[in-house]
Design a protein around this ligand. Structure first.
Ligand code: PLP
Length: 478
């Protein structure tokens, strides 16, 4: 649907006192496009109308439009109305930091949050679905139980007990639409139990903070260093959400003393530790550390997902719950609805047949190869930059002097990168870095993707580059 924006009122252009007027118009229009208030194809007011509304010279607005056209935000042609462009390349900087936003047009992609979708085991999935459907009684084509299909809960209990050392009881597993729904269910259950706050690692996945806030919980910070999250859970938190096997996004493994300290906190305070094991299947240097849940199943929620092993598009995850949380989480689940029953049956079949294990082993080899190649490119082209979290998972954190600068240089080479900024509770003044998701590119494009990264790392910073955190719009104009 294309809309016409007749006036500056619709655009919400506010000219701040001081500062350039042309820049203010650019900022307002860019902001409207990035936030989605203006969509590709939408018509903007004419330069004359906007200049009149804002009390500016027409040339000022025309200059702003011209700049935005160069950046790809607008489409102008003589005699025709100015419209929002199809895909502003420079917004790579902003979008790249937010893996869940719509994909922008980049040839190469090292953003965090995606497995190699080209490796989705289509034939295995089809076979599993066919077998599951062939043998399934009619009653299994609905969920029935808010915890999910029993076939899947039983298969998960066996798989997780074997591979992750969790104490798994199918009665205490709730299948969710990914960790995203899982954390929502937990936050809601916490809120219902009277908790007012939850502690989350700083940095952590940004949308998980948003979900907690949306559930009415205050989000408190657990600082992260090379030993993982701090176990000093701030007073008032009903739960501490952590990523012990491979901290997201910085990558350390939770130190043994901290594992014990977190459990001690939960026992003493009646709190619960939420163990997000989002990429626990991928460890390259040694056996993965066993899940925290195995040490104290009454104080730890273990959360897993197929988003890294198969695809985030399946929307299947699971929670292994302490006894006291099963009922509240089931009640919350009844509000939000079930995960598809057929996909659950197919996953159960994939797990039970051993095909899932074989697929994970194959992918571990592929990702290890990719990680090694990435590390050699970093060693060759950015030997002074520190890498973190390389032993596991599907991403490497790289410390850089200016993240916006590197994201923008990569965008110039059509390479999308994730900056660290959105993951900090307070990005201002936080350490700068990028998170290189090396699973994302298709296999055939991986070498080219790394070549683009090498170029971006080697490119000299443009004049006026600063090591302070710059806004994405500033970066995008370099
Ligand atoms: C830290 C972390 N937790 C969990 C997930 C999985 O979320 P979901 O299962 O909703 O796809 C991700 C995926 O990117 C993640 O980065």
């Amino acid at each position: 649907v294309q809309r016409d924006w007749a006036s500056s009122l619709d655009l919400h252009v506010e000219l701040e006192a001081g500062g350039g007027r042309r820049e203010a118009v650019e900022r307002a229009v860019r902001g409207a496009i990035r936030s989605g208030r203006l969509r590709p194809g939408d018509r903007l007011p004419s330069t004359r109308a906007l200049a009149h509304d804002l009390g500016l010279a027409r040339g000022t607005v025309a200059d702003a439009y011209a700049q935005l056209a160069v950046e790809g935000y607008l489409r102008t042609s003589p005699g025709a109305p100015t419209r929002v462009g199809a895909g502003p390349q420079p917004s790579l900087g902003l979008d790249a930091a937010r893996p869940r936003q719509a994909l922008v047009a980049a040839r190469f992609d090292l953003r965090v949050g995606r497995p190699d979708l080209g490796a989705f085991p289509r034939a295995l999935w089809l076979r599993a679905l066919r077998r599951a459907l062939g043998g399934a009684p009619d009653q299994s084509l609905v969920n029935g139980d808010p915890r999910g299909r029993p076939e899947l809960r039983e298969a998960l209990a066996r798989y997780l007990g074997r591979t992750r050392g969790v104490l798994a009881d199918p009665e205490r597993i709730v299948v969710t639409s990914g960790f995203t729904q899982g954390i929502w269910l937990l936050c809601r259950a916490l809120r219902e139990s009277g908790a007012g706050a939850v502690a989350m690692e700083d940095p952590c996945l940004d949308h998980q903070r948003a979900i907690a806030a949306d559930a009415g919980l205050e989000v408190l910070a657990l600082p992260v260093d090379d030993g993982g999250a701090s176990p000093d859970v701030p007073a008032g938190a009903g739960a501490a959400v952590v990523t012990p096997a491979h901290q997201f996004p910085l990558g350390p493994t939770l130190a043994p003393a901290r594992r014990s300290a977190l459990l001690a906190w939960a026992r003493a305070d009646g709190g619960v530790v939420v163990e997000d094991d989002y990429d626990g299947e991928f460890r390259y240097d040694r056996q993965p550390p066993g899940a925290l849940q195995g040490l104290d199943p009454e104080h730890v929620v273990y959360a897993g997902t197929v988003s890294k092993t198969l695809t985030p598009g399946l929307r299947i995850g699971w929670l292994l719950l302490p006894r006291r949380l099963v009922r509240p989480v089931m009640e919350a689940k009844e509000i939000t609805g079930d995960t598809q029953a057929l996909d659950q049956l197919a996953l159960a079949e994939l797990l039970a047949s051993g095909a899932y294990d074989r697929h994970v082993r194959r992918m571990r080899q592929r990702y290890r190869r990719r990680r090694d190649l990435l590390l050699s490119v970093l060693a060759d082209h950015a030997p002074s930059l520190r890498t973190r979290g390389v032993a596991a998972g599907l991403h490497v954190a790289l410390e850089v002097p200016s993240e916006a600068e590197l994201v923008a240089r990569a965008a110039e080479r059509s390479l999308a990168l994730s900056g660290l900024a959105p993951f900090w509770h307070r990005p201002d003044g936080a350490p700068q870095g990028v998170v290189l998701g090396y699973a994302a590119p298709p296999e055939h494009a991986y070498a080219q993707t790394l070549a683009a990264l090498a170029e971006a790392l080697q490119a000299r910073p443009s004049a006026g580059a600063t090591s302070s955190r710059t806004t994405a719009s500033t970066a995008s104009r370099r």
